[in-house]
Design a protein around this ligand. Sequence first.
Ligand code: THU
Length: 131
Amino acid sequence: MTTLEQAVAAASRARENAYAPYSGFQVGAAIKACDDSTFYVGCNVENASYGATICAERSAIVHMVSRRGKCPIEFIVVVTAADPPSVPCAICLQILAEFCSPETPIHLAHPTGVKRTLLLRELLPQPFVLV
Ligand code: THU
């Protein structure tokens, strides 16, 4: 199994834990850091107060930062059952922009494998930057 396939499997497992009773839309994410083999995974966690919902990508970032702080990211995998595969929402892209490089690959996948790969800069060309 390639590292990317392992990351898809890790994100798919996290997706199975998604708490999505309101939308029924389950999302899993996995972050591959550059210098370790751990996958920092996340899933969406919904709330009766809908706006309190946390997306899978943000949950994965919080997991990574909690475990080892900011570190260089090799790639991100997002797993859904959607066809065409879902792209991260704009809030998640802004969060990813805080920790990823513009060249970081974002792999959009089904549990069966990667369907499409885009760079962060293609998904969010102009992130907000505090100057
Ligand atoms: N969701 C994510 O987990 N990531 C995204 O980038 C977009 C949407 C979740 C939030 C909610 O639980 C469900 O998908 C439907 O919007």
